[in-house]
Design a protein around this ligand. Structure first.
Ligand SMILES: [Zn+2]
Length: 251
């Protein structure tokens, strides 16, 4: 697999995909893009890959966030100091020539993506929106490690009212995603969907292949509302995966 996309397949790409990052056209493959759902199992041992020259780059900024329970997960959106929504206030990430401003982040327990069939403790999803309103998500697997300390000072315990009721709001302290997400790890990139209704398609996924350590306390706090809010892995559908190792090697 992973051969060059036939021109006939490219011609069938829906118009929303015409704004795809340059150099990543091969990720659209020659399969049924509408069937490409997320999450998937990422077969590390036999990772089918196509080369990419379009690195994932972060430009995160410190920002205040509003936390709320959206019915599926505890979600955080960037806001001004006055509590007004500020999409992109937490910065952006880019893939190739397209920049995605961060519009929200949230967690799943356990991870939604699996790696050789194995879940990690949690998964952080950073959702970005391009100027053309196309979606890309950075998936960060989180694994409990007793020596972890980096996240403890960033996340205040999710208060009881947020944990138990939908749409109860709370302003969080300043968080910079750059303090959470490492830049020196390999990334698997593929085309899929959002994993909660309405399962928007044509989402460009970037899944870090090395877990970030969290403490057991952080996992308990962040995961106590939803202990099983992970969508099951979806059929692979023989889709291409690009492996971006410009920032790090496969481990
Ligand atoms: Zn998610």
């Amino acid at each position: 697999m992973n051969a060059t996309v036939p021109s006939s397949a490219a011609a069938n790409v829906p118009s929303c995909h015409l704004l795809w990052p340059q150099g990543l056209e091969d990720l659209l493959g020659d399969g049924d893009i509408e069937a490409f759902q997320s999450p998937i199992d990422i077969p590390l041992a036999t990772l089918p890959s196509i080369p990419t020259t379009q690195p994932l780059e972060f430009d995160f900024q410190s920002c205040q966030w509003r936390e709320f329970n959206n019915g599926y997960a505890i979600q955080a959106v960037p806001v001004t100091v006055d509590g007004v929504d500020k999409p992109g206030g937490g910065g952006s990430f880019s893939v190739g020539d397209i920049t995605y401003r961060v519009v929200e982040f949230h967690f799943h327990t356990p991870s939604e993506h699996t790696f050789d069939g194995r879940s990690t403790t949690m998964e952080l999803h950073i959702v970005g929106l391009s100027p053309a309103n196309t979606i890309s998500v950075v998936g960060v697997p989180l694994e409990i490690h007793e020596s972890a300390s980096g996240l403890a000072s960033l996340f205040a315990p999710v208060p009881a009212e947020v944990a138990t009721a939908i749409n109860v709001l709370r302003l969080a302290t300043q968080i910079n995603l750059a303090d959470i997400v490492p830049t020196k790890v390999a990334v698997a990139r593929y085309v899929g969907s959002r994993t909660t209704p309405p399962y928007d398609r044509g989402v460009l996924w970037n899944v870090l292949l090395t877990p970030v350590a969290i403490s057991s306390i952080e996992a308990t706090v962040l995961g106590r509302t939803y202990q099983a809010d992970n969508r099951p892995v979806q059929p692979f559908c023989d889709r291409p995966i690009a492996v971006d190792t410009t920032a790090g090697q496969l481990t």
